[in-house]
Design a protein around this ligand. Structure first.
Ligand code: LLP
Length: 390
Protein backbone atom coordinates (compact mmCIF):
# COMPACT_ATOMS: atom_id res chain seq x y z
CA UNK A 1 0.00 0.00 0.00
CA UNK A 2 2.79 2.38 0.88
CA UNK A 3 4.11 2.35 -2.65
CA UNK A 4 0.70 3.11 -4.01
CA UNK A 5 0.00 6.27 -2.11
CA UNK A 6 -0.32 8.17 -5.38
CA UNK A 7 -3.69 6.50 -5.68
CA UNK A 8 -4.76 8.66 -2.74
CA UNK A 9 -4.24 11.91 -4.66
CA UNK A 10 -7.25 14.15 -4.40
CA UNK A 11 -8.92 12.33 -1.50
CA UNK A 12 -9.64 14.63 1.43
CA UNK A 13 -7.79 13.64 4.62
CA UNK A 14 -8.13 12.19 7.14
CA UNK A 15 -9.75 9.00 5.89
CA UNK A 16 -9.77 5.29 6.69
CA UNK A 17 -8.36 3.19 3.89
CA UNK A 18 -9.74 -0.35 3.78
CA UNK A 19 -7.80 -2.90 1.79
CA UNK A 20 -10.64 -5.22 0.86
CA UNK A 21 -8.34 -7.68 -0.90
CA UNK A 22 -6.53 -8.21 2.40
CA UNK A 23 -9.90 -8.65 4.11
CA UNK A 24 -10.85 -11.33 1.55
CA UNK A 25 -7.48 -13.08 1.97
CA UNK A 26 -7.94 -13.01 5.75
CA UNK A 27 -11.41 -14.50 5.46
CA UNK A 28 -10.18 -17.20 3.07
CA UNK A 29 -7.49 -18.26 5.54
CA UNK A 30 -9.92 -18.07 8.45
CA UNK A 31 -12.49 -20.24 6.66
CA UNK A 32 -9.88 -22.74 5.55
CA UNK A 33 -8.45 -23.16 9.06
CA UNK A 34 -11.78 -23.15 10.93
CA UNK A 35 -13.25 -25.45 8.29
CA UNK A 36 -10.70 -28.15 9.15
CA UNK A 37 -12.54 -28.71 12.42
CA UNK A 38 -16.02 -27.64 11.41
CA UNK A 39 -15.80 -24.61 13.69
CA UNK A 40 -18.36 -21.82 13.28
CA UNK A 41 -17.08 -18.23 13.42
CA UNK A 42 -19.21 -15.19 14.17
CA UNK A 43 -17.75 -11.79 13.36
CA UNK A 44 -17.82 -9.28 16.24
CA UNK A 45 -19.39 -6.18 14.70
CA UNK A 46 -18.05 -3.93 17.41
CA UNK A 47 -14.62 -4.09 15.76
CA UNK A 48 -15.89 -2.48 12.56
CA UNK A 49 -19.49 -2.18 11.42
CA UNK A 50 -18.88 -0.58 8.03
CA UNK A 51 -21.55 -1.84 5.61
CA UNK A 52 -19.23 -2.75 2.77
CA UNK A 53 -16.96 -4.64 5.14
CA UNK A 54 -19.95 -6.43 6.66
CA UNK A 55 -21.23 -7.50 3.24
CA UNK A 56 -17.91 -9.16 2.43
CA UNK A 57 -17.89 -10.91 5.80
CA UNK A 58 -21.49 -12.05 5.32
CA UNK A 59 -20.64 -13.39 1.85
CA UNK A 60 -17.76 -15.35 3.38
CA UNK A 61 -20.34 -17.16 5.49
CA UNK A 62 -19.51 -15.87 8.96
CA UNK A 63 -22.24 -15.24 11.50
CA UNK A 64 -22.64 -11.97 13.43
CA UNK A 65 -21.76 -11.33 17.07
CA UNK A 66 -23.55 -8.23 18.36
CA UNK A 67 -23.49 -6.19 21.55
CA UNK A 68 -26.38 -3.79 21.01
CA UNK A 69 -29.84 -3.71 19.50
CA UNK A 70 -28.53 -1.52 16.71
CA UNK A 71 -25.83 -4.05 15.86
CA UNK A 72 -28.49 -6.77 15.79
CA UNK A 73 -30.64 -4.62 13.50
CA UNK A 74 -27.70 -3.81 11.24
CA UNK A 75 -26.77 -7.50 10.93
CA UNK A 76 -30.35 -8.28 9.95
CA UNK A 77 -30.38 -5.44 7.42
CA UNK A 78 -27.07 -6.55 5.90
CA UNK A 79 -28.56 -10.01 5.47
CA UNK A 80 -26.79 -12.21 7.99
CA UNK A 81 -29.10 -15.20 8.53
CA UNK A 82 -31.05 -14.57 11.76
CA UNK A 83 -30.03 -17.93 13.19
CA UNK A 84 -26.37 -16.87 12.86
CA UNK A 85 -26.83 -13.64 14.81
CA UNK A 86 -25.79 -13.85 18.45
CA UNK A 87 -26.31 -11.06 20.91
CA UNK A 88 -24.09 -10.56 23.98
CA UNK A 89 -23.81 -7.61 26.35
CA UNK A 90 -23.92 -6.98 30.05
CA UNK A 91 -26.61 -4.30 29.82
CA UNK A 92 -29.27 -5.17 27.26
CA UNK A 93 -32.28 -2.86 27.51
CA UNK A 94 -35.84 -4.18 27.24
CA UNK A 95 -36.13 -2.62 23.78
CA UNK A 96 -32.92 -4.25 22.65
CA UNK A 97 -34.14 -7.63 23.88
CA UNK A 98 -37.35 -7.08 21.90
CA UNK A 99 -35.30 -6.25 18.79
CA UNK A 100 -33.46 -9.55 19.10
CA UNK A 101 -36.60 -11.55 19.73
CA UNK A 102 -38.51 -9.88 16.89
CA UNK A 103 -35.56 -10.66 14.61
CA UNK A 104 -35.68 -14.29 15.73
CA UNK A 105 -31.92 -14.31 16.33
CA UNK A 106 -30.00 -17.49 17.04
CA UNK A 107 -28.93 -16.82 20.60
CA UNK A 108 -28.71 -14.30 23.42
CA UNK A 109 -25.57 -14.59 25.50
CA UNK A 110 -26.84 -13.77 28.98
CA UNK A 111 -24.78 -12.33 31.77
CA UNK A 112 -26.94 -12.42 34.92
CA UNK A 113 -29.88 -14.13 36.58
CA UNK A 114 -31.84 -10.92 36.52
CA UNK A 115 -31.28 -10.46 32.81
CA UNK A 116 -32.54 -13.99 32.14
CA UNK A 117 -35.65 -13.38 34.24
CA UNK A 118 -36.41 -10.14 32.41
CA UNK A 119 -35.82 -11.84 29.06
CA UNK A 120 -38.23 -14.60 30.02
CA UNK A 121 -40.92 -12.04 30.79
CA UNK A 122 -40.43 -10.15 27.52
CA UNK A 123 -40.35 -13.38 25.51
CA UNK A 124 -43.53 -14.50 27.24
CA UNK A 125 -45.23 -11.17 26.39
CA UNK A 126 -44.21 -11.69 22.77
CA UNK A 127 -45.28 -15.31 22.85
CA UNK A 128 -41.79 -16.50 22.00
CA UNK A 129 -39.00 -18.59 23.45
CA UNK A 130 -35.57 -16.96 23.75
CA UNK A 131 -32.62 -19.19 22.96
CA UNK A 132 -29.83 -18.32 25.35
CA UNK A 133 -26.26 -19.21 26.25
CA UNK A 134 -24.79 -18.45 29.64
CA UNK A 135 -21.83 -16.13 29.49
CA UNK A 136 -19.63 -17.57 32.17
CA UNK A 137 -16.74 -15.72 33.74
CA UNK A 138 -14.11 -18.47 33.92
CA UNK A 139 -11.73 -16.43 36.08
CA UNK A 140 -8.80 -16.62 33.69
CA UNK A 141 -6.43 -13.71 33.30
CA UNK A 142 -5.78 -13.07 29.62
CA UNK A 143 -2.74 -10.94 30.54
CA UNK A 144 -3.63 -8.32 27.99
CA UNK A 145 -4.15 -4.61 28.76
CA UNK A 146 -6.23 -4.36 31.93
CA UNK A 147 -8.84 -2.26 30.12
CA UNK A 148 -9.57 -5.10 27.69
CA UNK A 149 -9.44 -8.00 30.15
CA UNK A 150 -12.91 -9.44 30.66
CA UNK A 151 -12.64 -12.90 32.18
CA UNK A 152 -11.49 -12.38 35.77
CA UNK A 153 -13.64 -12.06 38.86
CA UNK A 154 -13.20 -8.33 39.21
CA UNK A 155 -14.61 -7.66 35.72
CA UNK A 156 -18.29 -6.82 35.30
CA UNK A 157 -18.75 -9.52 32.67
CA UNK A 158 -20.43 -12.88 32.88
CA UNK A 159 -21.94 -15.16 35.46
CA UNK A 160 -19.51 -16.26 38.17
CA UNK A 161 -18.81 -19.96 38.62
CA UNK A 162 -20.27 -19.99 42.13
CA UNK A 163 -23.58 -18.65 40.80
CA UNK A 164 -24.21 -21.51 38.38
CA UNK A 165 -26.34 -23.65 40.71
CA UNK A 166 -28.66 -20.74 41.35
CA UNK A 167 -28.82 -19.84 37.65
CA UNK A 168 -29.86 -23.35 36.70
CA UNK A 169 -32.51 -23.55 39.38
CA UNK A 170 -33.98 -20.27 38.10
CA UNK A 171 -33.83 -21.31 34.44
CA UNK A 172 -35.62 -24.59 35.18
CA UNK A 173 -38.68 -22.57 36.13
CA UNK A 174 -38.70 -20.26 33.12
CA UNK A 175 -40.93 -21.43 30.29
CA UNK A 176 -39.82 -18.91 27.69
CA UNK A 177 -36.09 -19.56 27.99
CA UNK A 178 -34.29 -22.33 26.13
CA UNK A 179 -30.70 -22.83 27.30
CA UNK A 180 -28.62 -23.94 24.30
CA UNK A 181 -25.04 -23.15 25.17
CA UNK A 182 -22.14 -21.83 27.18
CA UNK A 183 -20.28 -18.69 26.24
CA UNK A 184 -16.86 -17.39 27.27
CA UNK A 185 -14.83 -14.35 26.30
CA UNK A 186 -11.76 -13.53 28.37
CA UNK A 187 -10.25 -10.51 26.66
CA UNK A 188 -8.90 -9.00 23.50
CA UNK A 189 -5.53 -8.69 21.71
CA UNK A 190 -4.37 -11.99 23.18
CA UNK A 191 -1.14 -13.04 21.52
CA UNK A 192 -0.07 -16.03 23.65
CA UNK A 193 -1.99 -19.08 22.51
CA UNK A 194 -1.27 -20.61 25.92
CA UNK A 195 -4.03 -18.36 27.29
CA UNK A 196 -6.57 -19.98 24.96
CA UNK A 197 -5.29 -23.40 25.99
CA UNK A 198 -6.00 -22.49 29.62
CA UNK A 199 -9.46 -21.33 28.65
CA UNK A 200 -10.18 -24.63 26.89
CA UNK A 201 -9.09 -26.63 29.95
CA UNK A 202 -11.48 -24.60 32.08
CA UNK A 203 -14.28 -24.98 29.55
CA UNK A 204 -13.78 -28.76 29.67
CA UNK A 205 -14.36 -28.71 33.43
CA UNK A 206 -17.39 -26.46 33.17
CA UNK A 207 -18.87 -28.46 30.30
CA UNK A 208 -18.50 -31.65 32.38
CA UNK A 209 -20.24 -29.96 35.27
CA UNK A 210 -23.27 -29.27 33.06
CA UNK A 211 -23.28 -32.75 31.56
CA UNK A 212 -23.23 -34.27 35.06
CA UNK A 213 -26.39 -32.30 35.71
CA UNK A 214 -27.95 -33.61 32.49
CA UNK A 215 -27.59 -30.41 30.49
CA UNK A 216 -26.57 -31.53 27.01
CA UNK A 217 -25.93 -28.14 25.48
CA UNK A 218 -25.31 -28.01 21.73
CA UNK A 219 -23.14 -24.85 21.66
CA UNK A 220 -19.75 -24.08 23.19
CA UNK A 221 -18.77 -20.52 22.32
CA UNK A 222 -15.17 -19.55 23.08
CA UNK A 223 -15.57 -15.85 22.24
CA UNK A 224 -12.94 -13.82 20.45
CA UNK A 225 -9.68 -12.21 21.46
CA UNK A 226 -7.05 -13.41 19.00
CA UNK A 227 -4.49 -10.62 18.66
CA UNK A 228 -2.73 -9.14 15.64
CA UNK A 229 0.82 -7.95 15.01
CA UNK A 230 0.71 -4.19 15.48
CA UNK A 231 4.50 -3.89 15.35
CA UNK A 232 5.06 -5.60 12.03
CA UNK A 233 1.80 -5.62 10.09
CA UNK A 234 3.59 -6.02 6.74
CA UNK A 235 5.17 -9.32 7.75
CA UNK A 236 2.01 -10.62 9.41
CA UNK A 237 -0.99 -9.22 7.58
CA UNK A 238 -3.04 -12.36 8.29
CA UNK A 239 -3.22 -13.61 11.89
CA UNK A 240 -2.11 -17.11 12.79
CA UNK A 241 -5.54 -18.74 12.56
CA UNK A 242 -3.97 -22.11 11.89
CA UNK A 243 -2.32 -22.42 15.30
CA UNK A 244 -5.18 -20.69 17.07
CA UNK A 245 -7.76 -23.24 15.94
CA UNK A 246 -5.27 -26.08 16.32
CA UNK A 247 -4.67 -25.08 19.95
CA UNK A 248 -8.39 -25.29 20.59
CA UNK A 249 -8.72 -28.57 18.71
CA UNK A 250 -5.84 -30.10 20.69
CA UNK A 251 -7.22 -29.02 24.07
CA UNK A 252 -10.98 -28.76 24.02
CA UNK A 253 -12.97 -31.95 24.62
CA UNK A 254 -16.42 -31.31 23.19
CA UNK A 255 -19.08 -33.99 23.01
CA UNK A 256 -19.92 -35.23 19.52
CA UNK A 257 -23.18 -33.31 19.49
CA UNK A 258 -21.55 -29.98 20.38
CA UNK A 259 -20.77 -27.20 17.92
CA UNK A 260 -17.77 -24.98 18.67
CA UNK A 261 -18.24 -21.28 18.04
CA UNK A 262 -15.92 -18.27 18.01
CA UNK A 263 -16.53 -14.53 17.93
CA UNK A 264 -13.57 -12.89 16.28
CA UNK A 265 -13.36 -9.17 15.64
CA UNK A 266 -9.88 -7.67 15.56
CA UNK A 267 -8.21 -10.62 13.86
CA UNK A 268 -10.68 -10.42 10.96
CA UNK A 269 -10.51 -6.71 10.18
CA UNK A 270 -7.58 -5.18 12.12
CA UNK A 271 -4.89 -5.27 9.47
CA UNK A 272 -7.02 -4.25 6.48
CA UNK A 273 -7.41 -0.67 7.75
CA UNK A 274 -5.07 2.31 7.78
CA UNK A 275 -5.79 5.84 8.83
CA UNK A 276 -4.45 8.21 6.18
CA UNK A 277 -3.69 11.63 7.58
CA UNK A 278 -1.81 14.74 6.62
CA UNK A 279 0.86 16.60 8.58
CA UNK A 280 -0.48 20.05 9.34
CA UNK A 281 2.47 21.47 11.20
CA UNK A 282 5.89 20.57 12.54
CA UNK A 283 7.04 21.88 15.86
CA UNK A 284 10.68 21.39 16.69
CA UNK A 285 11.00 21.70 20.45
CA UNK A 286 14.11 21.61 22.63
CA UNK A 287 13.39 18.09 23.83
CA UNK A 288 10.86 16.86 21.32
CA UNK A 289 9.67 17.26 17.77
CA UNK A 290 5.97 17.19 17.15
CA UNK A 291 4.21 16.22 13.94
CA UNK A 292 0.75 17.72 14.28
CA UNK A 293 -1.73 15.76 12.21
CA UNK A 294 -5.20 16.40 10.84
CA UNK A 295 -6.40 13.30 12.73
CA UNK A 296 -6.13 12.26 16.32
CA UNK A 297 -8.06 10.59 19.13
CA UNK A 298 -11.35 11.38 17.39
CA UNK A 299 -10.41 9.01 14.55
CA UNK A 300 -8.29 6.57 16.57
CA UNK A 301 -8.69 6.60 20.33
CA UNK A 302 -6.66 3.43 21.03
CA UNK A 303 -3.32 5.16 21.78
CA UNK A 304 -5.05 7.66 24.12
CA UNK A 305 -7.17 5.04 25.85
CA UNK A 306 -4.89 2.02 26.10
CA UNK A 307 -1.45 3.42 25.18
CA UNK A 308 -1.69 1.15 22.15
CA UNK A 309 1.08 1.06 19.60
CA UNK A 310 0.30 1.59 15.92
CA UNK A 311 3.00 1.58 13.29
CA UNK A 312 3.22 4.96 11.56
CA UNK A 313 4.69 5.48 8.10
CA UNK A 314 5.45 8.71 6.26
CA UNK A 315 4.13 7.70 2.85
CA UNK A 316 5.88 10.51 0.98
CA UNK A 317 9.29 9.85 2.46
CA UNK A 318 9.42 6.10 2.89
CA UNK A 319 9.90 5.17 -0.72
CA UNK A 320 12.62 7.40 -2.08
CA UNK A 321 14.49 4.69 -3.96
CA UNK A 322 17.49 4.66 -1.71
CA UNK A 323 17.73 8.39 -1.17
CA UNK A 324 18.84 8.88 2.41
CA UNK A 325 16.90 11.19 4.65
CA UNK A 326 17.93 11.77 8.26
CA UNK A 327 15.62 10.12 10.77
CA UNK A 328 14.25 12.11 13.69
CA UNK A 329 12.02 11.23 16.58
CA UNK A 330 8.54 12.71 16.57
CA UNK A 331 5.56 12.65 18.82
CA UNK A 332 2.77 12.24 16.30
CA UNK A 333 -0.17 14.14 17.77
CA UNK A 334 -3.69 15.18 16.81
CA UNK A 335 -5.48 18.53 16.72
CA UNK A 336 -7.83 17.79 19.63
CA UNK A 337 -7.59 19.88 22.79
CA UNK A 338 -6.40 17.06 25.05
CA UNK A 339 -2.89 16.20 26.13
CA UNK A 340 -3.66 12.55 25.62
CA UNK A 341 -4.46 13.19 21.95
CA UNK A 342 -1.55 11.34 20.37
CA UNK A 343 -1.18 8.63 17.74
CA UNK A 344 2.41 7.70 18.48
CA UNK A 345 5.22 8.75 20.80
CA UNK A 346 8.92 8.96 19.96
CA UNK A 347 8.26 7.63 16.48
CA UNK A 348 11.37 7.44 14.30
CA UNK A 349 10.53 8.99 10.95
CA UNK A 350 12.42 10.48 8.01
CA UNK A 351 12.61 14.26 8.37
CA UNK A 352 8.99 15.28 8.00
CA UNK A 353 7.41 18.42 6.54
CA UNK A 354 4.04 20.08 6.45
CA UNK A 355 1.88 18.37 3.84
CA UNK A 356 3.42 14.90 4.18
CA UNK A 357 0.98 12.01 4.17
CA UNK A 358 1.08 9.43 6.98
CA UNK A 359 -0.44 5.97 7.25
CA UNK A 360 -1.32 4.90 10.77
CA UNK A 361 -1.45 1.13 10.36
CA UNK A 362 -3.67 -1.64 11.72
CA UNK A 363 -6.70 0.51 12.46
CA UNK A 364 -9.34 -1.69 10.82
CA UNK A 365 -10.54 -2.85 14.24
CA UNK A 366 -11.71 -0.41 16.92
CA UNK A 367 -10.67 2.60 14.83
CA UNK A 368 -13.69 3.91 12.96
CA UNK A 369 -16.04 2.03 15.28
CA UNK A 370 -14.76 3.98 18.31
CA UNK A 371 -14.54 7.34 16.55
CA UNK A 372 -16.26 10.39 17.99
CA UNK A 373 -16.95 13.92 16.90
CA UNK A 374 -15.48 15.46 20.03
CA UNK A 375 -14.61 19.12 19.43
CA UNK A 376 -17.38 18.98 16.81
CA UNK A 377 -14.97 17.41 14.39
CA UNK A 378 -16.31 15.88 11.20
CA UNK A 379 -16.29 12.10 10.93
CA UNK A 380 -13.53 10.85 8.65
CA UNK A 381 -14.67 9.09 5.49
CA UNK A 382 -13.68 5.69 4.12
CA UNK A 383 -11.85 4.84 0.91
CA UNK A 384 -12.00 1.22 -0.28
CA UNK A 385 -9.20 -0.38 -2.28
CA UNK A 386 -11.81 -1.70 -4.72
CA UNK A 387 -12.79 1.85 -5.66
CA UNK A 388 -9.28 3.17 -6.37
CA UNK A 389 -8.10 3.24 -9.94
CA UNK A 390 -4.60 2.35 -11.09
N1 LLP B 1 -16.99 -11.29 22.04
C1 LLP B 1 -17.20 -10.48 23.08
C2 LLP B 1 -18.20 -10.84 24.08
C3 LLP B 1 -16.44 -9.30 23.21
O1 LLP B 1 -16.65 -8.50 24.25
C4 LLP B 1 -15.47 -8.98 22.22
C5 LLP B 1 -14.68 -7.76 22.33
C6 LLP B 1 -15.29 -9.85 21.14
C7 LLP B 1 -16.07 -11.00 21.09
C8 LLP B 1 -14.31 -9.60 20.04
O2 LLP B 1 -13.02 -9.58 20.52
P1 LLP B 1 -11.78 -9.46 19.51
O3 LLP B 1 -11.74 -10.74 18.69
O4 LLP B 1 -11.98 -8.28 18.66
O5 LLP B 1 -10.62 -9.34 20.41
N2 LLP B 1 -11.61 -1.46 22.07
C9 LLP B 1 -10.60 -2.42 22.46
C10 LLP B 1 -11.07 -3.85 22.34
C11 LLP B 1 -12.32 -4.13 23.11
C12 LLP B 1 -12.84 -5.53 22.91
C13 LLP B 1 -14.22 -5.65 23.46
N3 LLP B 1 -14.79 -6.95 23.31
C14 LLP B 1 -9.33 -2.18 21.64
O6 LLP B 1 -9.35 -1.26 20.81
O7 LLP B 1 -8.35 -2.85 21.83
Amino acid sequence: MYKEYKRFTGIATPFYYYDLDLLRDTLDTLNREAGKYNYKVHYALKANADSQVLQIIRDAGLGADCVSGNEVQKSLNIGFPAKDIYYAGVGKTDDEIRTGLAGNIGCFNCESVQEITVMNQIASDMNMVAKIALRINPDINSNTHSYITTGIQENKFGIQLWELDEVLSVIRQLKNINLIGLHFHIGSQIIRLEIFRKLCLKVNEINDWFIERKYFLPVLNLGGGLGIDYHDPDSNPVPDFRNYFKTVYDTLLPQPWQEIHFELGRSVVGQMGSLISKVLYIKNGKTKNFAIMDSGMTELIRPALYHSFHKIVNLYKSNLNGTFLPYLKYDVVGPVCETTDFLGKEVELPRTERGDLFAICSVGAYGQSMASNYNLRERAGVTYSDDLSG
